[in-house]
Design a protein around this ligand. Sequence first.
Ligand SMILES: [Zn+2]
Length: 400
Amino acid sequence: MLVANKSNGEVFSLANGKAKKELEKIRSREKFYCPDCGEEVIMKLGSKKIWHFSHTASGSCQYEYDRESEYHLSGKLKLYNWLKKQGIYAELEKFDQQMRQKPDIAFDWNGQKYAIEFQCSIIHADIFEKRTKTYLEHDVIPIWIAAENLIKRKSHMVVSMNHFLYLFLRRPHNDWNFPAFCPISGQLINLHGSIPISTRKAIAILEVKNLSQTSIEDLLNPKARHQPFIKIWQTENQKLKSRYLMNPGAWQNRFLKELYRNRLSLLTLPPVLGLPVHFSPYIETPSFIWQTYLYLDVFRQHKIGEFIHYPQIQDAFAKRVKKGDIRLRVLPAAGERDAWYALAEYVFLLTKVGYLEKINSGMVKVQKEIEIPSSIDRQLEAEAKFFAEYENKIAQSVFQ
Ligand SMILES: [Zn+2]
């Protein structure tokens, strides 16, 4: 930790810019205590590590144990100094009595309170959700910044996104985003977009900037970056489908079994069953799976000209969720939306690409049958044609 209490209860911060000699003098006459557990801590002024306070005994203090890696200390300090340089009033490691939480950095900007949590280790989703909720309930916007090394770039615009990183996602300017920081390189990374492909992979743009060339607005309200992604979407989904089929456990995969029972094959699914929408991050199950379930449960049961009530589609989706065929995500930092928005967007997208016609807010009419290609070659042809024709409409649906 960088902040400790003196014996008179006063708070003492090592981020105050004092020189080593001066600090040594203070150290020789003062005792310091951990603001969390009250145990004595020692001021460490070594040359290898960032100056910090450390517990004397390897006690049971949660704060010390969880978070105090050199990487975390240094990141917190750099972010704090960066805010101060911009003339922003910020407080390090300040325990908030009302919230009973201690953000790494608390600060005010344009009349809004913010809390920065620079998260270097994986914490349980429940804790992440609870902390986020507590901030929001107290009108504090949490900015969760991931340690840069948690993000793995797979290839151009493809990153590996695990469950943990989804928790960081926010939607400033209606665009998915979360920041990451590396205290060693001093780089702030903005991850823009996030179109999930599989449970662990997403399409996103990584914008890398030096913290010194970054403004507070780049962190709080980053400008969206969009790039054509349809080609990558197609390639990655093809790869994912192949991986499903090649998996030794494929014969007992519930989705594949259901396809076979319905005389369908994964590689000849039509392109319309597997489209991205803006709120896709709320659904963990790959899009070609949840959309095929909707096809089996609803769309296939209706002929051209027939009406489908929207609650019927919702009902089918909810049943699949209940059975565990479709898995959803909770995104605590993204606000009050959920998977229902993704479902509504998908149905709306089907009206945009000519399969359904919107009658009113609660009803659609079948315009065109969803045709199943007769071979893999036909599927590839149909897919190429479909994406060439509707690329813009799909991009509009994703980027809003
Ligand atoms: Zn302690």
